[in-house]
Design a protein around this ligand. Structure first.
Ligand code: F6R
Ligand code: MG
Ligand code: MG
Length: 365
């Protein structure tokens, strides 16, 4: 069995919440190279999604391996102490919420997505990282990939895929999970996935043989810290091809810039733009929300042919459309539905602003 473990955290960026300096990425690579030499991991991949550092490990230690978790915690802390803080980076160590290592990295603020499987004869995997948005931003795309035949013809044509996929949906408020099966429960599934302020997909399984197809990070930093301290920028891994949706079927879902929550102060809806790694940063209105995708081929756990999947003219039009969408929705300024609902804003300082107006309220005459 091979395990892929994806970790992400904002350890600091420049200028402001733009992107991590290259030193952060190279320090992460150096640290992971040591782990590889000590045979703790087989291979690794380091990249950034906007201002977040993303680290993918391949190894044989299985999911929730405490010794690897500790290595990641120590590495992220080391980068923060040795570089982010002395360099006075913006939000230095922002996502390291816990004071010290906690079991399972629980409550630390580091996002984790892990999957274990027997490597197939050929094992392509897509690694996604998004910035200035939240885990449930992926709901609409995952529905299209794994349940919508208008996006994924394999659901109709492939003998394996026509048996459908099982979604593990997490209630981010109540910390519970539910299993829903596509295609027979798609209406029930949509009742949850459409409620993006509360439900996100953690895993998807292929029903024909219960093989893992997708896993995503579902950390809610506000839930961990009790207040808004940055958005819970999500990442995910998707296995592709040979009985899973193909590379093209997965990427096709990103051919329209659906609106997601996040963007400025984690409080505004905006289009999710698929971008190449060179555009993996945020600028206008601290965004717009972006997603990058690195495709890899596993070779006995080795991560080979890392490829920038959105670096392609085929995505130029969706990017153009996203910018138009951004112009339109920005006109709405501080009004809903560009700004999130009061319920969605409850961890932000807007609550305190509204509370400070208490004395202004008089009885209606
Ligand atoms: C959103 C984000 C930014 C900040 C904004 C204000 O995820 O990180 O939009 O919320 O730049 O930042 P502060 O509070 O540091 O002034
Ligand atoms: Mg940041
Ligand atoms: Mg971020």
């Amino acid at each position: 069995m091979i395990t892929l473990s994806l970790f992400k955290a904002d350890l600091g960026s420049a200028v402001g919440h733009h992107k991590p300096p290259k030193e952060i990425l190279s320090m992460a690579k150096e640290g992971l190279e040591k782990l590889r030499k000590r045979k703790k991991i087989i291979d690794f991949l380091v990249f950034n999604a906007g201002d977040d550092l993303q680290v993918l490990l391949s190894h044989k230690k299985g999911k929730r391996n405490e010794s690897l978790y500790k290595e990641i915690w120590n590495l992220f802390l080391y980068i923060t102490k040795e570089f982010s803080i002395p360099s006075k980076l913006y939000g230095a160590g922002q996502d390291l919420i816990a004071k010290k290592y906690t079991k399972g990295l629980e409550g630390t603020g580091i996002g984790i997505a892990e999957m274990s499987f027997k490597e197939r004869k050929t094992e392509p995997v897509l690694v996604f990282g998004a910035d200035k948005t939240e885990p449930s931003a992926f709901n609409i795309f995952l529905y299209k990939i794994f349940a919508d035949p208008f996006n994924t013809p394999g659901l109709v044509i492939s003998l394996i895929m026509r048996r459908g996929f099982e979604f593990i949906v997490v209630d981010l408020e109540k910390h519970k999970k539910a299993s829903l099966k596509a295609p027979e429960e798609i209406y029930e599934l949509l009742s949850l996935l459409g409620s993006t302020s509360q439900y996100a997909v953690r895993e998807v399984y292929r029903r024909a043989d219960k093989e893992i197809a997708m896993v995503g990070t579902i950390t809610k930093l506000s839930g961990v810290a009790g207040k808004y301290i940055g958005k819970d920028d999500p990442s995910m891994l998707i296995r592709v091809g040979k009985g899973f949706p193909s590379v093209g079927e997965v990427l096709e879902a990103f051919s329209f810039p659906y609106l997601v929550n996040g963007w400025m102060r984690g409080s505004h809806y905006g289009p999710l733009i698929p971008v190449s790694l060179k555009d993996s940063r945020v600028s206008r209105f601290d965004g717009p929300p972006r997603i990058v995708c690195i495709g890899v081929q596993l070779k006995n756990g080795e991560i080979t042919y890392p490829t920038d999947m959105f670096e392609d003219v085929a995505f130029d039009r969706v990017r153009e459309k996203a910018l138009e969408y951004a112009d339109l929705i920005r006109r709405q300024g501080p009004f809903q539905p560009h700004r999130g609902t009061l319920e969605e804003m409850r961890y932000t300082s807007l609550k305190e602003v509204i509370n400070s107006l208490k004395k202004k309220w008089k009885k209606l005459d």
